[in-house]
Design a protein around this ligand. Sequence first.
Ligand code: ADP
Ligand code: MG
Ligand code: MG
Length: 202
Amino acid sequence: RHVLDAEFFRRWMLATAAVVDREAARLTELDSAIGDADHGANLQRGFTAVRAALEAEPPQTPGAVLVLAGRQLISKVGGASGPLYGTLLRGTGKALGDDAEVTDAALRAALDEGVGAVAKLGGAAPGDKTMLDALVPAVAALGDGDYGAARAAAEKGAEDTVPLQARKGRASYLGERSIGHRDPGATSSALLVGALAETAEA
Ligand code: ADP
Ligand code: MG
Ligand code: MG
């Protein structure tokens, strides 16, 4: 059991910003193989704005932290991933409501809503070689607060995108040439879930 208050969610977002900074070059390199070589820069710009917004006006509830972060990603990132990650965080935050503390079960249910909103916005399903290939198995593995299992499932989901052919987003333009490369968005989604696990373990 974890105490999931506004501070927990703030730390999750700051841990994500930190790992995006560390891994930006790798994310951009993955995107250079099957995209336009900007995924690391896109997320770095987005999470730098998230960090600044959280410092400027620290939100008082878990839901408000994620809604604020989601809005920053939607407004500051031009690429496909900004609106998609923004929708994930905003949708999850809205589903958490106004409670000052939420349970592990409430977070799992809210993440399920957020991931559903991403699928609806982007029209993708697992197997299409997108961020959903990491997010969907992560939420399924989360159970009642097993953040380590969620991280492992997200990492496996990202690795398992290698043999897939992309059916959504820019990589789909490559057709069969998208096979054999790891999806950048699934990789960054695994970082987001890893940051959640790191925060829960701290
Ligand atoms: P862009 O493709 O606009 O340059 P990014 O490089 O930042 O945007 O993000 C690319 C990632 O976005 C992909 O690796 C993929 O995981 C994700 N993505 C693209 N289109 C979709 C979609 N329709 N649904 C879910 N995820 C998607
Ligand atoms: Mg790109
Ligand atoms: Mg782009």
